[in-house]
Design a protein around this ligand. Sequence first.
Ligand code: PHE
Length: 456
Amino acid sequence: MASNPPPIHEQWSSRFAFILAATGSAVGLGNIWKFPYITGENGGGAFVMVYLLCIVLIGVPIMMAETMMGRRGRQNPINTLKTLAAEAGASANWQYLGWLGVIAGFLILSFYSVIAGWSMAYVAKAFTGSFSGESAGVISQLFADLKASPKEQAFWHTVFIIATMSIVARGVSGGLEKSVRFLMPSLFFLLMLLVAYAMTTGSYMQGLEFLFKPDFSELTGAAVLTAMGHAFFTLSLGMGAIMVYGSYLPKDISIAKTAMIIAGADTAVALLAGMAIFPIVFANDLAVGSGPGLIFETLPIAFGNMTGGWLFGLLFFVLLVFAALSSAISLIEPAVAWCIERFNVSRKKASVIMGALVWVLGMGTVLSFNEWSEVTIFGANFFEAIDYLTANIMLPLGGFFIALFAGRVMLAKHSQDELEINNQLFSVWKFLVSYVAPAAVFIVFLNVLGVFGIFS
Ligand code: PHE
């Protein structure tokens, strides 16, 4: 079975197409929904500094590693790892790393779809003019009502899963490339517009200070883990999504440059979202740490009170849904690709099966905001538990092993051949993936377990 020749994959039409698809995967709810609310919960500036440091020192090198491994292995992450391990004369157990990723993507999509569903609900609310001229109080109530309704959430969660799976059923390239090409610039434009609105609130400087002025006394060990976990989450790393996309990458493309472009665009979107949201939080006396509802309680205030707000609000939530879709596709693609190659079923059938399974699990998240809100595991409700397990444990763990594999298991000859960077840059990269990234993950894990007690 393992001796099958690697299937010949389809390929992206160009380097630009790969950048678009990978950016489509990276930029999503992580940037606009998750980054602001976890920044709010974790005290602001110092948390943001740790996050940025993780992007540069861990994120970019691991993104290069995943892309490179995907392009060399050319299959789903599990088989890619199997092939590359065999090539390097290493243990076949490395394939379990592929498993970890497939499962992580599956689990993440279950709650991702619910939040994307909230965004869809907000498209409908924007369309019917629900935000128009409303105060912060009314806007907060709108969100509270959505959160309290399992039916409304389940409806949109279902719509989102169907949308995602019908795209995945058709295969990765094609439509995706085209939609991201228009999506990213439009999203940038609307975020800038929101930042411009934030400047008129009178609390702009206070918002910027919260976001960029580090107060290290606010930083806990748990916050450092969350920042690091989010660096993986936001760049779609540690679970094979970028590895799958890398497997469609033509040979003649610079992996280092593309990784930096993608990480740069992703970071810019997150910071812009923060710069739009926090001034609105302060201007309306809202709580920075209000949790997963933060964007839904703040941005509608801006849309409800700016000129042209109806149109911009509608556009914004439509774009947010599309950004979530292009990420969702990459969350489930490893599982679908595996299902096809493993059971020899059609792409369509694999998509239906995976979609149904994710849907069921997602209902747990829907209920965690209402009926099951009191049901907790280690103090976390269903949504919080899956979020913590995936973003704070599985992705960093996946990243840890991917880094070690790329840096220490693969022959330098092979990785350098794929990366095609000069010797100096290659040594820097190799040092980062072999030592810095694994050590950072290890130390942050130990610290959270209370071994060092730094920032506790
Ligand atoms: N990066 C996506 C976001 O920020 C989420 C994601 C994580 C997508 C992991 C794929 C893999 O929204």
